[in-house]
Design a protein around this ligand. Structure first.
Ligand SMILES: Nc1nc2c(c(=O)[nH]1)N[C@H]1C(S)=C(S)[C@@H](COP(=O)(O)O)O[C@H]1N2
Ligand SMILES: [Mo]
Length: 417
């Protein structure tokens, strides 16, 4: 089912069996946000039956069984147990697709990235040329804006993710800045726009194009990544090249990247994916009142601080007087994690957790707390992180219409007997 790295060395092509191709997933459109459904045509009814039921484990090419959230188009969530390691394995890494027409086969010999727009010298780069540019490696969390959306109350429309629409990987690639400087960015440039190879299957579906403000695009940490955890990207995660914007939500991390266009103020991208999609209320914490939605919105950008207990898992049966290694992950939008506290009594008291290896300010940071329950019964475990910039997780959840940026202190219920 999956193509191994040897497929790459034995030929220029990388592809995989189209078990998710036009036959099953390709012709279908997925559950949509209210905004999306207004902008997209009804799904054509040409498809084969769904490949599996939402919530079931599903095996996609180059992936181990992951939680199927929808197959129209494909959304796969990473089960919690794969966050027991600091780096999320490529084959367990979640998948979020907006457009059903994503590539299943790519000819790396002819693949090109075009750089144009408000530049002095537009040009194209092959993959080989990109690999010859100075390489950077950054460990960074890729998190969907809608991670944990299923926990929003009141419920909001959109892909009903649990906590697994995220992953942490070591990305290797060239600086976007180097490519833009080579093209010569004109003085009136204000943003950079990105497009990937994927397309909608009906012409009404707006193409997935996103833009970054010029300063973020020129930031030395913004990279064109061709490797993930020391291997080529899985096809579903954007092979052969994706944008990586450490600290920012993954909506900007364009997969199958082929077009980079510099724009001036008159050309600012105003497509569906920039507005109304992927916007947050202007309030400092992205919170708004369901009964009185914020009139002003801005594009979602930097991630907020979060933490999550990974072990024990919810509903675990623990042994009385036996050591339990509570551990989990914390991360923020790039200031790094300062400290994490854990509560084993539903938030009444908190103890400092021990932090694990520091893989960089954009990475997951492991925390641990050794706990020996001395009384039987039900327990509610919580964790809360403080970032180096002083920000901390709220005790009550924020709410916004699109279900973005959840970062409340989460609870894990376990039993001791
Ligand atoms: N070309 C393309 N890039 C894309 C998307 C997409 O639909 N098409 N989805 C974006 C969103 S919203 C997310 S959350 C991430 C998901 O990255 P992953 O599928 O590699 O986990 O990809 C981003 N890049
Ligand atoms: Mo996303």
């Amino acid at each position: 089912m999956s193509s191994s790295p040897s497929d790459l060395s034995s030929s220029n092509r990388r592809g995989f069996l189209k078990i998710l191709g036009a036959g099953s997933v390709g012709a279908l459109l997925g559950p949509m946000t209210p905004q999306e459904s207004a902008a997209q045509a009804p799904a054509p009814v040409t498809a084969a039956p769904p490949a599996a039921n939402p919530g079931e484990l599903f095996v996609a090419p180059e992936k181990i069984p992951l939680t199927l959230v929808t197959d129209r188009p494909l959304q796969l969530e990473t089960p919690l147990r794969y966050f027991r390691t600091d780096l999320t394995p490529n084959d367990a890494f979640y998948v979020r697709t907006h457009l059903a027409g994503f590539p299943t086969r790519i000819d790396t010999a002819t693949y090109k990235v075009n750089v144009g727009g408000q530049v002095d010298k537009p040009f194209s780069l092959s993959l080989d040329e990109i690999r010859k540019l100075p390489a950077v490696e950054i460990t960074a969390v890729n998190q969907c804006s809608g991670n944990s959306r299923s926990l929003f109350k009141p419920r909001v429309a959109g892909v009903q993710w649990g906590n697994g629409a995220m992953g942490n990987a070591k990305w290797k690639g060239a600086r976007l800045k180097d490519v833009l400087e080579r093209a010569g960015v004109k003085a009136d440039a204000v943003e950079v726009q990105f497009d990937g190879l994927d397309t909608g299957v009906v012409k009404e579906t707006p193409d997935y194009v996103k833009s970054l403000p010029l300063d973020r695009a020129m930031h030395p940490e913004t990279i064109l990544a061709y490797e993930m955890n020391g291997a080529p990207l899985p096809m579903l995660n954007g092979f052969p090249l994706r944008l990586v914007v450490p600290g920012w939500f993954a909506t900007y991390w364009m997969k199958w990247l082929t077009e980079i266009k510099v724009a001036d103020a008159s050309q600012v991208l105003a497509n569906f994916w920039m507005k109304p999609a992927y916007r947050i209320p202007t309030s400092a914490d992205a919170n708004e009142d369901p009964a009185a939605l914020s009139k002003d919105t801005i594009p979602i950008h930097r991630m907020t601080v979060r933490s999550l207990i990974v072990e024990p898992e919810a509903q675990a049966d623990l042994k009385l007087n036996k050591l339990c290694d509570i551990n989990g992950i914390a991360f923020d939008g790039g200031s790094g994690i300062k400290s994490v506290e854990v509560s084993v009594d539903g938030g009444a008291t908190w103890v400092p957790a021990t932090l694990g290896a520091d893989l960089g300010k954009f990475s997951f940071r492991r925390f641990r707390h050794a706990w020996t329950p001395a009384k039987d019964g039900a327990y509610r475990l919580l964790s809360r992180a403080i970032a180096n910039d002083g920000s901390q997780q709220p005790a009550t959840a924020i709410w916004n219409r699109s279900g973005y940026m959840r970062n409340v202190t989460e609870s894990t219920f376990v039993f001791v007997s």
